[in-house]
Ligand binder design. Sequence first.
Ligand code: ARG
Ligand code: ASP
Length: 698
Amino acid sequence: MKRIVIVTALLLGIAPLLLADEGMWLPSLIRGRIADMHAKGFKLTAEDIYSVNQASLKDAVLLFGGGCTGEVVSPEGLVLTNHHCGYYQIARHSSVEHDYLKDGFWAMARGEELPCPGLTVSFLERMEDVTAAVLQGVAGDAPAAWRDSVVLARSGDLVKAACARGAGLTASVEPLYYGNQYFLFVYKVYRDIRLVGAPPSSIGKFGGDTDNWMWPRHTGDFSIFRIYADASNEPADYSVTNVPYVPRRFFKISTAGVREGDFTFIYGNPGSTQEYITGEAVRWIGEVADPERIALRDLRLGIIKSYMARSQELRIRYSSRAATVANAWKKWQGESLGIRRMKTVAAKKAYEVRFAKWASASSYEGVVERIDSLLRLQEPYDFARFYYQEAVSQIELASFAASQVKILSEDPERAEASARSFFGQYSEEMDREMFLALMDRFNECVPEEFKPAYFKEQMDRYGSVAAWADAFFAESVFADPEQAVALKKRDLKTLREDPAFRFASAFSSWYRKEVLPEYQRLSGEIKLLQRDYMRGQMMMGGDRDFYPDANLTLRVAYGHVEGYSPSDGVYYTPVSTLKGVIEKDNPDIFDYDIPQSLRDLYAKSLQEDPAGVGMGTVPVCFLATNHTTGGNSGSPVINADGDLIGINFDRVWEGTMSDIVYDPDYCRNISLDIRYLLFVVRELGHADHLLNEITIVN
Ligand code: ARG
Ligand code: ASP
């Protein structure tokens, strides 16, 4: 319908109606959006974006590892992604002598590129709508279990056939729109990937958790890898005889710069969204689940931070844990706030009234009510579920006890080493504080009927969480490094009575038997109804465009460079520069302590510039309206000509409800300006040879 409107408008010479920048579109169906992309400035064709017959932009985009995106930028398989996506690989190659996290790493010759066993990159060969094949002969009212088994079997056949067509192929059939459609995705997976370059963390993580999810942002969040292949350019295990991969397509890099209003296109693998759930589901997330999980993480972060403040050593020890806890914590805050600001619950409920009218006397009648009544049954199980994950599972001594008992029974030789490594980072004092805070909150907030019998027994026995904690830490042999390191297989019988082990095993069996099964059973039923509701919403239509929820498959999100107003009286301009890095620079604050070499370089540039600006205008990051989520990290940011202008790495926290509802006023993705990458590689890495393999256009 929209297309007809646009085409008619074009024919009549009227400016076409622009659609919203919301959406994560399937590349193989991008023809349906290309008119809108053109109206917004894009100059290439749908075939340039995705084609199975010729090289297209999709051939330069890859799934990096299991949850990030990356892009090929040279004819010799050079790959860009984020620093936080390459972090694990940079860390594993780091040692006291070669601290690549701290100092950065630059391979000055091919032979210095570092193999990363286990790391893969996957190129999408093709995607194909297989709904007809998968659902052939399956009636709309077929029993769900039977339908599932048919879908599973046929998907298996399709996957097998697809993989048989070449070496190094993997495939999967993924449901879209809750299983109203099925798509086959075929990937070619390369597995000899080498680390080529990374800036020091003081650039790649500049701003740390303080600036995470925030604007203004000045993080140089990139790292560089290379794909190696065998002599015929096919995937191969690591070998010295492997050669750089020759891509079907690579991105050229544009240094022309970004201005507010410029067209931007993110090509990547968004992980998960839920744009079509009911108002009740949104209420639960925004008003209960998010606030509750935030509160649990507040407790944990408060404790971790108080330890980090004690010494530099403790700060380093706990910083990655704090970063992990803080990441979702901040995202949930934006999500919950955004849902309230947008009044999404009320908006969804109003929509559901219209839907009910439309659905009246059809097979869709009452579907929202049925979903909601199941949701209300499921909510207490969900509550218990995240209390298990966010509170119970965070008691380290209990997790250690459980894993030691497992190791002792399966592979006792490893037990001593694993105990030593645990005590290398364990603080009983901190764990005890966690126990007190988290179990107190468990006691207070988890409804009586959802507390496990074990928990009640302990509370009856000790009278308070504090007394229970005293006994727990005093009586467990796992809390005593000497004893714990010396434990042997023969001790297993007594160890199963140990308070730390009992804590872990009692809670885990409660979770596995009393929480999860019912939670999952209800999830299954809700998903089935949600499939109907999804189909109904699409049939009803209206002014909404239906893109499938993200599921870590390749998507196109297009938008434009734009700032935003986070609050009254404030407008954030969309481009940040090196001047801002220097403004934040502070040797006394870890997150803002830039390399001395950058400080010197900058000072020198000021001296040499009569205007006193020097390198102050070097661009660092920019904001745009692209609809992205976790998994889009490392995604290429492409301009109207199809050239690379940036690398996506984050969103602003005020817009993180975009996983549920997109707000054009607040949803902004944050990208590294590609020119900052070039600057860092040249000026700090002195790795000009890497720049020689890329193609720069203006
Ligand atoms: N917020 C970004 C994302 O969700 C970046 C996370 C890594 N950075 C950090 N400071 N924790 O992945
Ligand atoms: N930082 C996220 C990622 O790593 C991206 C986002 O959530 O916007 O994928």
